[in-house]
Ligand binder design. Structure first.
Ligand SMILES: C[S@@+](CC[C@H](N)C(=O)[O-])C[C@H]1O[C@@H](n2cnc3c(N)ncnc32)[C@H](O)[C@@H]1O
Length: 408
């Protein structure tokens, strides 16, 4: 199994402490952890001693004794230590002198160095969201592995409530991809259902630890011997064009950093006439509302409007556009969906969902807290959600859909 895990640290160099502090919040809200430096040599040494820690290096331009361009030239001499992304944040962006200096030293058009004006915060945040990957609603590793296994046993989240038998049966010799397989539960279900046939199941999972545990779960079990798991990012699927007869992507789209890139990959690796099946929900978290608690409605609106990194509250609304851009025909001949709303209207299922949400909130604290303005504010929000869930008058649902799309 490949093991190229993405780290989410940024090394930020600026000679002004205040700028470092301001941008620390922006980086952190976008899912990065930050090492700040005022001295270029300190920054260089930290990067050189643990380059695998960083996925982004950001530098100011105008600094003494070494400007941003000199700093990046020094890193370039070491092939940037293979750190994926580099950016200059400067008040000089747009000036002729600055542009010329950059062009003389770097290939700006290929994003060797990305240039941002310090005041264009919106553009910076959108860049950070694009390049960072942080799974927002759960930890990696054991905790997440068992959370996913447990979730698949809960009302509203059981695969058997979602899949019809016809979705699960494959023909002799076919290849099927479970994209973003997590603990591998869907791969295993499909392998069991198709046990008498020679069907090849593949799972791809970006988290190294989750992929490792998913692999451990199937090792040495005969009926799972036709499952191959790979740790990789769906943005660059390590399979040739037209490798698969079917792709299943369950509860992954809502977490993707670059859904368009992934959908383009799905189109590439599907055979002609192959089928993509997507299962996802609109409104997770934000649909918990009650007319008796208008203050919660306000907080939910705030969460929906602000969003959280790598989480799409409205994936079912946005999916057709990704598919169409990738080359799929989103007309009724090629694409269809069935609604499988998740409804909690009895005490027992509400209690189970409340416990599930508690776990989600706990795991996502560092990401949700900034949305509400701090940990105390987040606690108030969570308490209110719990109060609404405890109230017997509350009914709520998530709009889950099972999409099927054929590659034309
Ligand atoms: C909610 S879990 C769902 C797992 C599994 N499909 C299931 O139904 O239980 C989402 C999974 O997608 C993975 N994931 C998110 N983005 C990914 C990407 N770009 N490439 C590969 N895996 C990704 C996450 O690491 C996580 O394990």
């Amino acid at each position: 199994m490949e093991t190229s895990e993405t780290s989410n640290f940024v090394a930020h160099l600026d000679d002004e402490e205040q700028i470092l502090e301001t941008f620390r919040h922006i980086f952190e809200e976008s899912g990065f952890k930050v090492d700040s430096f005022t001295d270029p040599s300190d920054a260089f040494n930290a990067i050189q001693s643990s380059p695998e820690k960083y996925s982004l290096i950001v530098s100011d331009f105008n600094m003494a004794p070494m400007n941003g361009i000199e700093f990046f030239k020094r890193l370039k001499a070491h092939n940037y230590f293979n750190i994926k992304h580099r950016a200059i944040l400067s008040g000089e962006v747009g000036t002729r002198y600055f542009t010329q200096k950059c062009q003389q030293n770097f290939d700006i058009t290929s994003d060797e160095i990305v240039l941002f004006s310090k005041i264009n915060i919106k553009e910076i945040i959108s860049f950070l969201k694009k390049i960072s990957y942080q799974y927002p609603l759960g930890n990696e590793g054991k905790k997440e592995f068992y959370r996913l296994e447990k979730q698949a046993l809960m009302k509203g989240f059981r695969p058997e409530e979602e899949f019809f038998l016809e979705d699960c049966l494959f023909k002799e010799g076919q290849s099927v991809l479970d994209a973003g397989c997590g603990s591998g539960i869907i791969c295993r279900m499909l392998a069991l259902i198709n046990a008498k046939k020679n069907v090849h199941f593949h799972g791809i999972e970006v988290s190294k630890e989750t992929a490792f545990l998913a692999q451990k779960r199937i090792e040495g079990i005969e009926v799972f011997s036709n499952i191959i798991l790979t740790q990789a990012n769906l943005e660059n699927v390590p399979y040739p064009d037209e490798s698969f007869d079917a792709i299943i992507c369950r509860y992954v789209y809502e977490h993707m950093a670059n859904p368009q890139k992934v959908t383009d990959e799905f189109f590439r690796i599907l055979r002609l006439g192959g089928k993509l099946m997507v299962i996802d929900s609109n409104g997770l978290l934000i649909n918990i509302r009650s007319t008796h608690y208008p203050q919660l409605g306000e907080l939910q609106d705030k969460l929906a409007a602000k969003g959280i990194p790598n989480f799409d509250f409205f994936i079912n609304d946005n999916l057709p556009s990704y598919l169409e851009k990738a080359g799929f025909n989103v007309g009724p001949d090629s694409m269809s969906f069935r609604e499988i709303p998740i409804i909690f209207n009895d005490d027992e299922s509400k209690q189970i969902e409340k416990n599930r949400l508690k776990e989600v909130f706990e795991n996502a604290k560092s990401i949700l807290a900034p949305v509400f303005g701090g940990e105390n504010e987040l606690d108030n929000y969570v308490n209110l959600v719990n109060m609404v869930l405890d109230d017997s008058r509350t009914e709520f649902k998530y709009d889950k859909r099972f999409w099927k799309i054929i590659k034309p």
